[in-house]
Design a protein around this ligand. Sequence first.
Ligand code: SAH
Length: 489
Amino acid sequence: MFLSISTTGTPERPATDLGFLLHKHPEKAQAFSTSYGKAHVLYPEADAQRCTAALLLEVDAVALVRKGKGRGGAPDAALAQYVNDRPYAASSLLAVALSAVFSSAMRGVCNARPERAAAPLPLRIEVPALPARGGPDLVRKLFEPLGWAVTVAPVALDERFPEWGDSRYVGLVLESETLTLAEALRHLYVLLPVLDDAKHYWVASDEVDKLLRAGEGWLPDHPEQKLITSRYLSRRWSLTREAMERLELVRLAEADDSEVEEIDNAVEAETEDEEKPTPLAVQRRDAIIAALHASGAARVLDLGCGQGQLVQALLKDVRFTEIVGVDVSMRALTIASRRLKLDRMGERQASRVKLFQGSLAYTDKRLKGYDAAVLSEVVEHLDLPRLPALEYAVFGAARPRTVLVTTPNVEYNVRWETLPAGHVRHGDHRFEWTREEFRAWAGAVAERHGYDVEFVPVGPDDPEVGPPTQMAVFEIKSTANVEKEAKAA
Ligand code: SAH
């Protein structure tokens, strides 16, 4: 089992600094015992221009079997326990060795060359035999979004018999100039076992912590986040879900703080100064409540309810008999429950309201059977590639009669005096749409799921750039309408 890391250098920044970064001296061949065998670190080349460190793991097949048994691993066929690809394929074992031998480097710690540990460097990583379930395509999908140039060559099952086709191994070369060594090692630590897809030890819940730690800074935004998470956790669904939700929290942790401020300022303005124009957050809430009244909804979902301002407003209105706030952020829900004083509420009032944690990227039985769902300033917090999942969960699975979606109109941003040109309104906004983009999205969603959609401006409707907030009001097509249209078509 073998992996090599190379870098190039200049007289001022010699390549041999790699030895400092890895905490392994280039002039010494070193061996470390790990629980699955001996790991060797050696440098096939080391000068100012080029330096290559190789990690070689000699797997102890017997130890491997014992460990597997001791931990209640899958009972393999007797022979397969001893005769398998573990000794030579770069798998999860190599990842474990990597983290054992290069643990400081993985954390980006380097007292001798701190400035180099923090800076990107030219890197070339070679893994000659990588088991890749999912093939070369998946290898590219996993590494390319992280800034790697990927060369992946299928390895023939047997070179003497090309007609036998390819094995499930590939030869992998990764090259980048934009990553730090710590980032590179953390990518390998997670993605080698993901590609191997056969973890050798029992997945315990601290694996979620390991994954989140190694995934810091890249996994929350990776387009294949779900596949990576579920394979890394050996497809244990409850763990995968926990990890996904915690990743979402990591991403939102910062957003929460400023959103609290934004909203609390709005509320202050609302209560203190009647002269000031009504804050946008309040105008939005009013527009939502008006649209809910018009639809006749009594049982309402507030999806991505944040800290519960809308839930609170809906509770004051007896027309709403059941109000459910859902958010992925536990912290937001805790604040919401404090705001609503849920623990001190009378029984009747309390029976009208529920808060629960959930992610809109998953279908959820608990969301079925409501009159209306509100998504107020939520869609722009999801990465675009995840919107179809939200679309399906809301319009495909939950299917309330009415859906209200509000989102910023990016065209209006030029009117905000304090907003630098070209900036979005909030650091956690993944995108902001023009009126046309929003209409295109909402129109397509309505079309796909059998809804009609209309658009309502919220806030001053500027003749040139439109309103600051745009709202789409979706109403499910009645069966009669659907039939009529089918006939007409
Ligand atoms: N609806 C509130 C809060 C908007 S902020 C308002 O109008 O003021 C966006 C909210 O969406 C945050 O509370 C965030 O936690 C939540 N959110 C983001 N992604 C989510 C997801 N995938 N599932 C559920 N909630 C999500």
